[in-house]
Design a protein around this ligand. Structure first.
Ligand code: ATP
Length: 459
């Protein structure tokens, strides 16, 4: 699996899915740019998510809240306090570690906490070097920025580390303007920022990333059932878009390790194949109870409860939060779709091809139009066919190199169908349509192409 991961990452980089940010200046490990195929894949993931969880549900609405919110939001939510970790640096290797993790590891091994604190703890890479640590410093996970004309602390603001808080602060406005009653939810897709200590593993952990989050507001007492419902829906979303169920699993957060707002959190993990730990968190479904709305009500002084006229009951809704990492999901879809297959060439030789078996709904391009050669009679017809199809779908056009090589290039980026314009096309006004997965070819009249693909490319 780790070889597959390496290969998928290499493909993503050399085929224009993902580039290191600022690469001409040496790049940065903590941010990545999405190239032409990457941005198309990312948009398609977002579209599928929005269709499934917002458009097709009568109990969901959408929102796009700001990235920089009033600082009071982060004071109330607890992020300014909780989002900071105790860090220490090894004087031996100059690597940074979370002190609480070092303490936990020590206690697990010895059955008791270190009596003299860091002084008792060896370097993880050099067990003979004990107690060689810098003083513990608190490190904030919040990304800071400064707004306003005066460049001083008065302008200090924070970039959101999750999209969720914008949903909580707008809860009342959405509920009232849309005249909703629980159970109902609000979905949002957008950037989030975290000053991660160790960004890495490609786009798995970055300082700037995207999330797709749902805050689903329910009557207290129905929360446990709703959490199970949302867990099932999230699992189904990934498998419905082609993720192999063998490559995902549930992880139940132990009660004593839950986030400060959570009653229960269950993650879906994906088998990324990282060296060291194969599985990595893909998304989580948390029961945030009435924690967030309650603290915002208390700190803002605004009533954030819901009054149910049918029962004359007033309550602060409980919240079930399915929280997806969009860029992490993109990485999982890429790795899961990556396949190398044995094939047989026309003259009977065995060959191999790399194919991204992306669900057609996610594929960056749905169709590639390929003239058999760069012939002056084929090219204009091929361009007309491409323009015809572009009205409906994302279409790639490629006339460089041999046709076999071009099929392979389209397989590599997951294009479900290739349309080849050959010399016969000039006579019979038909083209050859090749299927990415089966490599079967069928002849279709040009004037029936749109209806042919309309039947194949749905959703
Ligand atoms: P982790 O334990 O991996 O740091 P987390 O538990 O802090 O993640 P949440 O706060 O639950 O993550 O965030 C919800 C989702 O957002 C995660 O499941 C993940 O998909 C995504 N996410 C969180 N942090 C990052 C990051 N630094 N880079 C990319 N995606 C992230």
């Amino acid at each position: 699996q780790s070889e597959r991961l390496e290969a998928a990452i290499a493909l993503a980089q050399h085929r224009g899915f993902v580039f290191p940010s600022g690469d001409i200046y040496g790049g940065t490990r903590s941010a990545w740019d999405y190239g032409p195929y990457g941005v198309a894949l990312k948009e398609n993931i977002k579209r599928q998510w929005w269709k499934t969880f917002v458009q097709r549900r009568g109990d969901m609405v959408g929102l796009d809240s700001a990235i920089i919110l009033p600082t009071a939001v982060w004071e109330s939510s607890g992020h300014l306090k909780v989002f900071s970790d105790p860090l220490t640096e090894s004087l031996v290797t100059h690597k940074r570690y979370r002190a609480d993790h070092l303490f936990e590891a020590y206690e697990e091994k010895h059955g008791h906490p270190p009596e003299n604190g860091l002084a008792d703890i060896p370097d993880p890479e050099h067990p003979d070097k004990v107690g060689q640590w810098t003083e513990i410093k608190m490190f904030s996970g919040m990304v800071k920025t400064y707004l306003g004309v005066v460049d001083d602390e008065s302008g200090l603001h924070y970039m959101r580390p999750e999209t969720a808080q914008g949903i909580f602060t707008d809860f009342k406005a959405v509920q009232q303007t849309m005249r909703r009653k629980p159970p109902f939810g609000i979905g949002q897709i957008g950037k989030a920022f975290r000053n991660e200590i160790t960004p890495g593993n490609f786009i798995f952990r970055t300082r700037e990333f995207e999330q797709m989050e749902i805050e689903f507001f329910v009557q207290p007492g129905t929360d446990e059932e709703w959490q199970q419902t949302w867990m099932d829906l999230c699992w189904k979303w990934f498998t419905g878009l082609g993720v192999d169920p063998e490559n995902i699993r549930w992880f139940e957060h132990p009660k004593d390790k839950l986030a400060h707002y959570s009653k229960r959190t269950v993650d879906i993990e994906y088998r990324f194949g990282f060296v060291g730990s194969e599985w990595g968190e893909l998304m989580g479904v948390a029961n945030r109870t009435d924690y967030d709305l309650s603290v915002h009500q208390e700190k803002s002084g605004k009533d954030l409860s819901y009054f149910d006229p049918a029962t004359n009951e007033k309550y602060i809704p409980y919240v079930i939060e399915p929280s997806f990492g969009l860029t992490r999901a993109l990485m999982a879809f890429l790795v899961d779709a990556y396949h190398v297959e044995e094939t047989t060439t026309a003259d009977g030789k065995t060959d191999s091809r790399t194919v991204l078996r992306l669900d057609p709904r996610l594929a960056p391009f749905k169709i590639a139009v390929l003239p058999l050669s760069r012939n002056e009679r084929l090219v204009p017809t091929a361009k007309e066919v491409a323009d015809l199809l572009r009205e409906h779908w994302d279409v790639d056009y490629d006339d460089a190199q041999a046709i076999g090589r071009r099929y392979r290039r389209q397989d590599e980026v997951g294009t479900p169908y290739c349309v080849t314009v050959d010399f016969d096309s000039l006579e019979d006004h038909a083209v050859t349509v090749r299927d990415r997965d089966t490599m079967q070819q069928v002849r279709i009249p040009i004037d029936q192409l749109v209806s042919h693909f309309a039947g194949l490319l749905v959703g």
